[in-house]
Structures are given as structure tokens and as C-alpha cells.
Design a protein. Structure first.
Ligand code: HEC
Length: 134
């Protein structure tokens, strides 16, 4: 149990270091492999599911977007998918967290908790790598 936890911790440390090194080098060639379970889901748990899970989450009630699990996330909202696997530029989720939604959607952005550069980068890489349930 403990060993597993330590391994998990050192794995995520290695990962963070790799990502940081990568972020600081322009045109970094080695892209860290992102895992939904290890890297992405914890970000959603911390910053999103408070509002994006049924039945009371405000984001869920207004858009139907349930971010509690991979399966419900890829189902998207009542307006359609929020992720385009392989294309973070076009994914509504990335557009929103990267602040690319523009003036018209400023109100939408204000409702969302600010994300760190690392979190934004993890989500960008994950979607770019196919938004897998890995
Ligand atoms: C404080 C509550 C709250 C939190 C936290 C929150 N959301 Fe939302 N979210 C909302 C509300 C409310 C809406 C609908 C806003 C509107 O339509 O004006 C929304 C809408 C969205 C939409 C647009 C859905 C669509 O198809 O129009 C996406 C994508 C989204 N949220 C992603 C996220 C992500 C990713 C996170 C975590 C980083 C997050 N949200 C955290 C409340 C929240």
C-alpha cells in the first residue's frame, strides 16, 4: 500500500519535472505522456466537479455537463461535445480554460476557477494526445 503510494508520488514528481523542463524549453521535443486517471481526473476533481456533477452542480444544471467520470465527460453538454479528441484548439473545454473564449464569453470564464499554467498544459496535451481514458 505505502510502497504503491510512494511510487505513485515519485511518478507524479518525475512527471511534473519533465513537464516543467519541457515548458521552460522552447520547442521541447519530448512531450510527456498524459494519463487521464493520474493527471487529468485530479484536476477536474479539484477545479470542476464541484459545479459539474448532478444533481445540484450549477454547471451541470445549466449545461448538462457532468465531469464526474470519463464516460460522462465525453458525452458533453446539451450543446454537444466539449472535447475534440486530438484537437485542443477546437475543444470547448480547452478554449474555456485557456481564456480563448473572447469577449462574448467573458461572463462564462468568470464563473470558472482560475487554472495554473501546468493544469492548462496538462489538459492541452491530454486532448492533443487523443483524450484517452488511460
Ligand atoms: C463555480 C461553478 C463552476 C465551476 C467550478 C466550473 N464550472 Fe463550468 N460551467 C459553470 C456554469 C454555471 C456553466 C454555464 C455557464 C453559462 O452558460 O453561462 C458552465 C459551463 C461550462 C462549459 C460549457 C459547456 C457548453 O457546452 O456550453 C464547459 C466546457 C465547462 N463549464 C467546463 C468547466 C471546466 C473544465 C471546469 C474546471 C476547470 C469547470 N467548468 C468548472 C459552472 C462552473
Amino acid at each position: 500500500m505505502l510502497l504503491k503510494r510512494i511510487m505513485k508520488q515519485s511518478l507524479s514528481l518525475t512527471f511534473s519535472l519533465a513537464l516543467l523542463t519541457c515548458l521552460s524549453l522552447a520547442g521541447c521535443a519530448i512531450e510527456p505522456r498524459i494519463s487521464y486517471q493520474r493527471d487529468v481526473h485530479p484536476i477536474f476533481e479539484e477545479k470542476c466537479t464541484g459545479c459539474h456533477t448532478p444533481p445540484y452542480g450549477e454547471g451541470y444544471r445549466q449545461t448538462g455537463l457532468d465531469m464526474g467520470s470519463y464516460e460522462t465527460l465525453v458525452q458533453g453538454s446539451i450543446y454537444g461535445p466539449v472535447i475534440v479528441p486530438g484537437n485542443s484548439r477546437k475543444s470547448a473545454l480547452n478554449i474555456l480554460v485557456e481564456g480563448r473564449a473572447g469577449d462574448l464569453s467573458r461572463a462564462l470564464e468568470i464563473k470558472h476557477k482560475p487554472m495554473t499554467d501546468r493544469e492548462i498544459e496538462v489538459l492541452r496535451l491530454w486532448v492533443g494526445q487523443g483524450a484517452l481514458n488511460n
